[in-house]
Write a protein that binds this ligand. Structure first.
Ligand SMILES: [Ca+2]
Ligand SMILES: [Ca+2]
Ligand SMILES: [Ca+2]
Ligand SMILES: [Ca+2]
Length: 285
């Protein structure tokens, strides 16, 4: 079963993030070790939850080999599972603000991209959450000048795409894949740290091998999308591998209201939904 915590946890995680940024979440070291995120390989679903999760936004989509290994939009089971994505940002002792990403996947980072293999993809960042990815953060050398760790300013045309045109449907010339996988070209705008380690122990309850990627990205690379300590626009972070058999996306808030205001917004949305329901009920047929 496709497990997602997005709907239930995101509002809580979002407000926790705001308070956390005010109180400075624990510093992250981009070394491929997830201990600083409070994640645990304890053979249980509880291990996915950062502890304490103050200041960390995350989504968990752990899958295994059930349902013939169907993920979304492709197949492959644990070997292609994009499992969890974590995010926070912090000001370091150097006075600069960095965006930190953590990713858990069952996809072996050493999978070659040649000979029919589908290697690791790059992190994509979509400011404005409009489907146009302004930045890629490279997990691998992609050209003579675009190297692992580079932050690259992109349009979607700068990206390679996956095997699928839509969930379960192979792409072809008439139906190209919309799923961005890795950066082929673009403008080098900054230097991040991108690294990973194989996770020792049992991550989650569904078994299999797992790897943890970690990135430290100077927000100065984002130019006008990030002003001072916080993003100017809401943004999505996405990752998949070169076939795009499974895609994970985290959509943190941009300019975020105070937690109390966020609660009022949610309450207001609920009241409006209730009014719509009542209107429907009283509309004569
Ligand atoms: Ca770490
Ligand atoms: Ca899994
Ligand atoms: Ca997954
Ligand atoms: Ca965008």
């Amino acid at each position: 079963m496709h497990m997602t915590l997005r709907k239930s946890l995101l509002p809580i995680a979002a407000s926790a993030a705001l308070m956390g940024f005010a109180s400075h979440a624990a510093p992250i070291t981009a070394d491929g070790n997830f201990a600083d995120w409070g994640i645990q390989a304890n053979g249980s679903t509880t291990g996915w939850t950062p502890t304490p999760n103050v200041g960390i936004l995350y989504i968990v989509e752990d899958q295994g080999n059930a349902n013939n290994g169907y993920l979304s939009p492709g197949w492959g089971g644990q070997a292609y599972d994009a499992e969890a994505l974590y995010l926070t940002w912090n000001k370091k002792a150097d006075g600069k603000t960095y965006l930190y990403l953590g990713l858990v996947t069952g996809h072996n980072p050493d999978t070659p991209s040649t000979g029919g293999g589908f290697g690791r993809g790059d992190f994509g960042i979509d400011f404005g959450r409009d489907g146009s990815f302004e930045f890629g953060v490279l997990t691998k050398n992609r050209s003579a000048t675009l190297k692992q760790g580079d932050v690259v300013n992109t349009t979607n045309a700068d990206w390679a795409t996956g095997l699928w045109s839509s969930p379960g449907v192979l792409a072809n010339a008439g139906n190209p894949s919309p799923y961005l996988t890795h950066v082929n070209s673009g403008i080098d705008v900054g230097d991040a740290i991108v690294t990973w380690q194989k996770i020792a122990g049992a991550m989650g309850a569904l078994g299999g091998d797992h790897w943890f990627y970690e990135a430290e990205i100077p927000v100065s690379a984002f130019g006008s999308y990030w002003v001072g300590d916080n993003p100017l626009k809401a943004f999505d972070v996405q990752w998949t591998m070169d076939c795009a058999n499974d895609i994970i996306t985290l959509d943190p808030p941009g300019m975020v209201p105070e937690p109390a205001s966020a609660a009022l917004v949610l309450l207001g949305a609920g009241l409006m939904a209730g009014q719509r329901r009542r209107k429907l009920k009283t509309t004569p047929s």
